[in-house]
Design a protein around this ligand. Structure first.
Ligand code: FAD
Length: 649
């Protein structure tokens, strides 16, 4: 019955909403200079920057619909409500996970124009600068991929709306020099240039402040400054603080420039494969090796619309894969690029042998500790109390304040030295070093080059562990229930929760097609907890979160632990509940080919002349941060490289 109130709430919004597609269908044109596959975080960014040049034509092909006008998309406090985790979610299923007791888990990813940026939690910090520097080290010390080289692209992708005096009084901190240009309210349309509006929520729960103290971490001057480890703070959000609405990649990079005549966006258009220049085709018996001269050339793409109509679009210059870290490798495999054995067993004719497509996949891992609380306001009340829900809705509409004005997270980045006693840490790290080859081989699926690549990744990460710069874990506080139990199955009470997110995963897995049906989901094996350091670290972080809930001053609102629960070992609980943090990376890694990479440092797929990958797939290993801002940075940098290369050709 209590749900009914929320449904009424949605309906009242939805009646004002508009569901019909407003985006122009592609006109009677079937050749474009650039084709962007996937209109998400990366895809709309690249499309915007390339279409700044009126002389080139750009089309974005997006499998999902345009949903910018759904309240659960634009109202910050409705993160996770409504259709976010149903129709707007690919909800990829993993294969049974050996180290999670054979459980399958779900990996969420946005299925809509804007991709994951329309359903994500809008947390927008950056990782440790040393980790970005390691991307360069991994790529023959390429100085184009270091913190200093990428910082201008982080800045270019955002317009900050600086905190107000009342936000500062509530504990918000920011360093102006870490950010892009501040939004200038005196300019008519500053958003015209295409940037993510970033800012802070209008409502900070009092218990978040208490948690900052309980965490024992230092207040962060700014969680985007490349030095978040050991700090705690209220995260900057991908949020237009002027009107307190989510700023997805649609808001940032499409809507402001939707009137460009050279930019077309097709929604409900699923790309099924890349079509190759016929003169370059090879036989199934002898797919060319990517090391050979005469690279493949993409001629266009095939797509299916939601009513089943198949259509072909041709490309004059380049195709960009921006379908996310699971769908981008899938499209390459459906197009005959990948491990020939895997392709043939799925019924796909190999065209180019590039055997690490879909390998090296990694994810952040989510876990929880939560307790019943006597705090007067928690997010749970939106579902438990219809009067509260109505009051909050009115508040949001009247002055953009209240619980609905905030996606409620504040973050703390925990150092390894705070998780383990120093002697234990030395032993654990020594064991990881001793076994470095063993695990690199195990995770490489028999590919010798990739084994070398994973070994180097692990070595770089373990160096950071030894220097105590790995930022292996994020602990973030949620003023409400966060955990593995559904609303229907848990006590109807108020909660205080700590999310424990394993950032520094050494485990690697893979995603591959198992059928030639382009609409079938791939077989995804993230290999959660396959490396013992991952498991040990995650267990310690859940224990730490659990302890924080009982630490002063948070102890004053603590009533009783709900999960893991007093009679449950954290080890077994972790295996029972650990879940994806929906930050999949690495499946088309930017690494040298002799280390098992799929794209070079200009993001070109090895052995293909005109296909680049511009999304989260290229991130070579998991970083100590939520990845959305990093994906914008990659796409901004990719657009610059594409323009530069075009000017030379
Ligand atoms: C629930 C959730 C919460 C998250 N919270 C945060 C957060 O708070 N902060 C943060 O930094 N990160 C967060 N993330 C992660 C982050 O949003 C994503 O990792 C990132 O946006 C991925 O960007 P991308 O461009 O690689 O892919 P996406 O943004 O997912 O874009 C891929 C697009 O391609 C489309 N597509 C897929 N297949 C096809 C096809 N065959 N043809 C055409 N189109 C196709 C998809 O529909 C999608 O629109 C979250 C993710 C999720 C799912």
């Amino acid at each position: 019955m209590k749900f009914a109130a929320l449904s009424t709430f949605y309906l009242s919004f939805l009646q004002k909403s508009w569901f019909t597609e407003i985006l122009p269908d592609v006109p009677n044109v079937d050749t474009f200079d650039y084709i962007v596959v996937g209109g998400g975080n990366a895809g709309l960014t690249v499309a915007n920057r390339l279409s700044e040049n009126p002389a080139v034509s750009v089309v974005v092909l997006e499998a999902g619909p345009n949903v910018e006008r759904l309240p659960e998309v634009y109202i910050p406090g409705l993160v996770g409500f409504g259709q976010s985790f149903t129709t707007l979610n690919w909800a990829y299923q993993t294969v049974p996970q050996e180290h999670l007791g054979g459980r399958r888990t779900t990996i969420a990813a946005g299925k809509a124009l804007g991709g994951s940026t329309v359903i994500n939690s809008m947390i927008f910090p950056r990782a440790e600068k040393e980790q970005y520097n390691a991307w360069g080290t991994l790529n023959n010390n390429d100085t184009a991929w270091t913190w200093d080289a990428i910082l201008p692209y982080f800045k270019r992708s955002e317009t900050i709306i600086p905190p107000t005096l009342s936000q500062l009084a509530d504990g918000v901190r920011y360093q102006p020099d870490a950010h892009g240009a501040p939004s200038d309210a005196t300019v008519d349309h500053p958003e015209k240039e295409g940037r993510v509006k970033v800012g802070f929520p209008n409502f900070i729960y009092p218990q978040s402040q208490m948690w900052h103290e309980a965490s024992g971490l230092r207040p962060s001057p700014d969680l985007s400054n490349g030095d978040p480890q050991g700090h705690v703070g209220i995260s900057i959000n991908s949020l237009n603080a002027r009107n307190n609405t989510r700023c997805s990649s649609v808001c940032a990079y499409y809507t402001p420039n939707a009137d460009r005549p050279n930019l077309a966006v097709m929604t409900n258009a699923t790309v099924t494969r890349i079509l190759w220049d016929r003169s370059q085709q090879h036989t199934a018996q002898s797919p060319i090796s990517s090391g050979e001269y005469r690279p493949l050339r993409a001629a266009g793409v095939e797509l299916t619309s939601s009513d089943g109509v198949v259509r072909t679009l041709w490309v004059a210059k380049e195709v960009f894969l921006a379908a996310g870290a699971i769908a981008s490798p899938k499209i390459l495999e459906l197009s005959g690029v990948g491990n020939a054995t895997i392709l043939m067993s799925a019924g796909i004719k190999p065209v180019l042998e590039l055997s690490t497509v879909g390998e090296n996949l990694a994810d952040h891992v989510h876990g929880w500790a939560n307790a019943f609380t006597n705090a007067s306001v928690t997010r749970d009340l939106l579902r438990l109390d219809p009067v509260f829900e109505k009051d909050q809705r009115d508040l949001w509409y009247h002055n953009r304040t209240g619980v609905l004005s905030a996606a409620p997270r504040s973050l703390g980045l925990v150092a390894a030295s705070s998780l383990f006693p120093s002697s234990d840490l030395r032993t654990i790290l020594q064991a990881a070093r001793d076994d470095i080859k063993l695990y690199a081989r195990r995770f490489s699926n028999g590919n010798e080059n990739l084994a070398k690549g994973i070994e180097l990744q692990h070595s770089l990460m373990l160096d950071l562990w030894v220097k105590d710069r790995a930022a292996p874990v994020e602990i973030n506080y949620e003023p409400g229930y966060s955990g593995p139990t559904s609303f229907e199955d848990r006590p109807r009470r108020k909660y205080s929760s700590v999310n424990a997110v394993l950032f520094s995963t050494l485990s690697r897995g893979r995603t591959h097609i198992s059928s030639s049906d382009p609409l079938a989901l791939p077989a995804i094996d993230p290999g959660y907890y396959a490396h013992p350091l991952d498991f040990a670290t995650h267990v310690r972080s859940i224990e730490l979160g659990r302890k924080m809930l009982r630490t002063a001053p948070l102890d004053t609102i603590y009533e009783e632990e709900y999960e893991p629960g007093p009679d449950r070992s954290v080890e077994s609980y972790a295996r029972e509940v650990a879940a994806s943090d929906n930050h999949v990376v690495g499946s088309l890694a930017m690494m040298p080919q002799e280390l098992g990479g799929v794209v070079d440092t200009r993001l070109r797929v090895y052995g293909i002349r005109n296909v680049r990958v511009v999304d989260a797939s290229i991130i070579p290993f998991p970083i100590s941060g939520h990845i959305c801002s990093t994906v914008y940075m990659i796409a901004e940098k990719a657009a610059d490289m594409i323009k530069e290369d075009a000017s030379h050709s």
